[in-house]
Write a protein of this length. Structure first.
Length: 433
């Protein structure tokens, strides 16, 4: 979609340090400086767009994905001017070319280092929907993002094939490891469209720890993969294909049975013991006749089959996350990532990951304060709140509670309130102010 067609009058102008402050709460300035120093990207002289500010701007660009570069910069700069008071003077807005050159100087490795430093599980013992009997629930899945069709992007990331020929836009393949409940991405890997999803999944394995239970789709079943996951100390719960042979070695008290995953021919490894659970979904339209899931949790007393069958469907949380990532932040399927070179594409993807992490961190804090499940707080409404910060909110220090925001429809003096969970009955879409 052409960005020049977007009407900038719809952009909430005084967002400013309110959102920068929230970004600094999740992305501390000390951490940003450390990432810049590690990559040798600190500003050596006074610039219109210093490196530290530019890092936050890259993240802010993902909060205003459909908007032009200068409009987002103007939004942030006007908020910074608000902090200076009536005598703050005019703010010089860099040109589009200057912003692009500054982003090129910054590169993508700083954003990657920042994401690795910041991204971590957020769930506490009080977080609802993030735990099962002491296991921290994690979900793994992949998706794709459409890019600007430039020669460089097409060569680097590739065009998808179809029966009508090459696709219209280059695609980037992304795999994310997500904490269930909070839906924060704690590890991600991406590459060109033709890169195998399993290859990318192996790059996020190091984020798995003992005490985690990984929920997977049936595309991740395999002896080698399970052996790698087992080495991390994490457990697995995964659906399997209906034609996969899993002989019953021992029937257990809850109806499940023990079986094994055998190594491929020529692999000297020992078979991996698994537990198989078969079940049906009665009364569910279009449900399959039979479902089969397997797990590394072998004791039915520790994890009964009925509970695991119900738990597996939490895996669909990652589908909701991908919708947040690609629709609510990006702006819909018709909006492409804005970057036209591979280096800036990588920078932008990490900015998008960090923006999503920030929104989810705000939602998690609000859920803890309200003693609610984070699932019951609207992601879209939270994004809208972050986008329409008022000048008064800019005075909040970065240490202020992230869930407290100013909420006034016309930008005048308003009241402050907490992000509230959606009602259990008759949910309404939040008013579009």
């Amino acid at each position: 979609m052409a960005r020049t067609a977007y009407d900038p009058s719809h952009l909430p102008r005084p967002m400013a340090l309110a959102s920068i402050g929230l970004l600094m709460k999740t992305l501390p300035l000390a951490t940003v400086r450390k990432a810049l120093a590690a990559e040798g990207k600190e500003s050596q002289r006074e610039r219109q767009l210093p490196a530290q500010f530019l890092v936050y701007l890259v993240v802010a660009l993902s909060l205003y994905m459909p908007s032009a570069l200068r409009e987002v910069l103007r939004t942030v700069m006007e908020g910074l001017r608000t902090l200076e008071g009536p005598g703050g003077g005019e703010v010089s807005i860099a040109t589009k070319g200057a912003i692009s050159r500054a982003r090129t100087r910054l590169g993508w490795k700083v954003m990657a280092a920042l994401f690795r430093s910041v991204a971590r599980p957020l769930a506490t013992e009080k977080t609802r929907g993030a735990w099962y009997r002491g296991w921290r629930l994690m979900v793994l899945d992949g998706s794709s993002l459409a890019l600007q069709h430039t020669e460089e992007n097409a060569q680097e990331f590739g065009l998808p094939d179809s029966k009508h020929g090459a696709g219209a836009f280059p695609l980037l393949r992304l795999v994310a490891l997500v904490e269930a409940g909070t839906r924060v991405v704690i590890a991600a890997a991406f590459a060109g469209w033709k890169t195998a999803e399993m290859s990318l999944a192996q790059q996020v394995l190091k984020a798995l720890k003992p005490g985690m239970l990984l929920l997977e789709d049936r595309g991740y079943v395999g002896y080698g993969w399970w052996k790698e996951v087992a080495a991390t100390g994490a457990d697995i719960l995964c659906r399997v294909r209906k034609n996969m042979r899993l002989p019953c070695l021992e029937r257990l008290s809850d109806g499940s049975f023990l079986s094994v995953l055998r190594p491929p021919k020529g692999d000297p490894g020992a078979p991996i013991r698994v537990r198989v659970i078969e079940y049906q979904l009665e009364g569910v339209p279009n449900a399959a006749p039979r479902y089969r899931i397997i797990t590394t949790i072998l004791d039915p007393q520790v994890a009964p089959a009925r509970e695991l069958a119900a738990l597996y469907h939490e895996r669909w949380e990652v589908e909701i996350l991908l919708d947040e990532f690609k629709t609510h932040l990006r702006g819909g399927s018709q909006v492409l990532l804005r970057s036209k070179t591979p280096h800036l594409v990588r920078q932008e993807v990490y900015g998008l990951l960090l923006a999503h992490y920030t929104v989810r961190a705000v939602m998690h804090e609000a859920a803890l304060q309200a003693e609610e499940d984070p699932d019951r707080i609207s992601f879209l409404h939270t994004v809208r709140v972050l986008r329409r910060k008022l000048p008064q909110a800019a005075s909040f220090p970065p240490s202020a509670p992230a869930a407290v925001v100013s909420d006034h429809p016309r930008g005048g003096p308003g009241r402050t309130r907490h992000l509230q969970p959606r009602p259990k009955r008759s949910p309404r879409r939040p008013p579009a102010h």
